[in-house]
Design a protein. Structure first.
Ligand code: SF4
Length: 368
C-alpha cells in the first residue's frame, strides 16, 4: 500500500514528499497566496515557491510592515560542516533579520546527541564551524542571540514545565515510537521556539520559525503547548514558513550525510565538489541524440535544483536554462561545466569570507 505524506513527515528520518499540495489538506498548512505581495521584497526562494506554505505567517508580515518587534527562530544541529541544503534556512533567517527580526539561532546540540550520538564536546567544535558559516553568509551577530541548547537553562526549564501537558500517546501520535531522548529533545525544541517570548527577551512577540517541511511535527507540538500555556506566559502562537527539500546530487529525495555523493559542504575542497557535480545524477537522456530529440527533464534534475534554490538569482536566466534543457538545445555536459563554475566560484569566495569571522564566532560561543 502506498504511504501517505502523513507517514512520511519525520524530523529525524528521511523525507519523500511527492505531492506538496496534499500537505495543505492533511496538515492544515496554509498557502502563501496573497501574503507574498505584502512583503517589501521577494528573494528568489519566495518568488519561486521554494517557501511554499506557512502557519500564521500573516502575523509576521504585519509586524514587518508596521515595523513592530518580531523574532526569527531556527536551529541547526551541529552534526558536521554545513551542507548546501542547510543554507536555505540561514538565508531565510538573514532575510527576515534584514526586514527587522531579531534572530535566535539555536545550536541544537542536545538533539545532535539524542539523534546522532554526537557528544557535546564534539558538537561544540562543529558548532563553531557552523557559526562561522552563518556569519560569512551575512547573519548580523548584533541582532542575533546565538546559543547552545545544553547551556541555555531557560530552554530546559520551559521543556520541563511544558512537559506536564504532554502524554506519551501524544508524542507517539506525532513522532511514532522513539527513544525517550528524542521525545525530550522535541520538548527542548519547544523551549527553543518559545524562548524569544520570555520576559528576559521582552515578552510575548510574533515569532517566525523558517524550516524545512520535515520539521513540521515540532511546530505542531509547539503551537499546541503555546496554546495550553497561553494564560501563564501570554504566548503568541509561533508562526512558521516551510520550504521544499532540495534533492540529493545522486537523485535521492534529500541530501543525506549518509551518502557523501548526495551533497557538498561549504568548507569542502573545490576539487571534491567538482568531482561530485561531474558525477551528479541529471534529468538528461541516455544518449546525446535522444536528448537533442526529446529534450531533458529539468524538473527531475538536481543540477537544475541547485540553480533554482541557490545559484541563479536572475529569473530570466533560470527560465532560459529551463527551456534550453527542455528543448534539447543544451546537453548535460555543457550545463554541468556551467554548474561547476558557478558553484565553485561561490564556494571559493565563501571560504575566503569565512576567515574574517572565526574570532567573532569563538567570542560568541565563549571558546578560548
Ligand atoms: S541540461 Fe542541465 S538542467 Fe537539463 S538535465 Fe542536463 S544537467 Fe539537468
Amino acid at each position: 500500500m502506498k504511504r501517505s505524506n502523513m507517514d512520511l513527515i519525520d524530523p529525524w528520518g528521511s523525507i519523500e514528499i511527492e505531492n506538496y499540495e496534499k500537505l495543505f489538506e492533511e496538515f492544515g498548512i496554509q498557502r502563501m497566496d496573497g501574503l507574498v505581495d505584502k512583503l517589501p521584497c521577494k528573494p528568489s526562494f519566495i518568488r519561486r515557491g521554494i517557501i511554499f506554505g506557512h502557519r500564521d505567517f500573516e502575523r509576521i508580515v504585519e509586524a514587518i510592515n508596521k515595523q513592530q518587534p518580531f523574532a526569527v527562530m531556527s536551529g541547526i544541529k551541529p552534526t558536521g560542516p554545513l551542507h548546501i541544503g542547510t543554507i536555505l534556512t540561514l538565508r531565510e533567517m538573514i532575510f527576515f533579520q534584514k526586514l527587522g527580526g531579531v534572530v535566535f539561532y539555536c545550536i541544537a546540540d542536545i538533539e545532535a546527541y539524542e539523534d546522532n550520538g554526537i557528544p557535546l564536546e564534539e558538537s561544540e567544535k562543529i558548532a563553531l564551524d557552523n557559526v562561522v558559516d552563518a556569519l560569512a553568509l551575512g547573519l548580523d551577530p548584533s541582532r542575533s542571540y546565538i546559543y547552545r541548547q545544553s547551556k541555555e537553562n531557560d530552554v530546559k526549564d520551559l521543556a520541563i514545565i511544558l512537559a506536564r501537558a504532554v502524554t506519551l500517546s501524544t508524542m507517539e501520535a506525532i513522532y511514532g515510537v522513539r527513544h525517550m531522548g528524542l521525545y525530550m529533545s522535541a520538548l527542548i525544541q519547544v523551549g527553543d521556539i518559545l524562548l524569544p517570548q520570555l520576559k528576559r527577551f521582552g515578552g510575548p512577540k510574533p515569532t517566525l520559525v523558517p524550516v524545512g517541511i520535515d520539521q513540521d511535527p515540532h511546530i505542531r507540538l509547539c503551537r499546541d503547548l503555546a496554546h495550553k500555556f497561553k494564560e501563564k506566559y501570554g504566548f503568541i502562537l509561533p508562526s512558521a514558513t516551510y520550504h521544499k527539500i532540495i534533492r540529493g546530487l545522486d537523485g535521492s529525495s534529500k541530501m543525506s550525510k549518509r551518502n557523501p555523493m548526495s551533497y557538498f559542504t561549504l568548507t569542502e575542497d573545490v576539487e571534491s565538489i567538482t568531482f561530485k557535480l561531474k558525477n551528479a545524477f541529471t534529468g538528461g537522456r541516455p544518449t546525446a541524440k535522444e536528448q537533442r530529440t526529446l529534450g531533458g527533464e529539468p524538473e527531475k534534475c538536481p543540477i537544475f535544483d541547485l540553480y533554482k534554490f541557490f545559484f541563479v538569482e536572475d529569473d530570466d536566466k533560470l527560465l532560459e536554462t529551463y527551456w534550453r534543457c527542455k528543448t534539447g538545445d543544451m546537453l548535460c555536459g555543457e550545463d554541468k561545466a556551467f554548474a561547476i563554475e558557478v558553484v565553485t566560484s561561490f564556494i571559493k569566495e565563501h571560504q575566503e569570507r569565512r576567515k574574517a569571522f572565526i574570532d567573532k564566532s569563538r567570542e560568541i560561543l565563549n571558546l578560548d
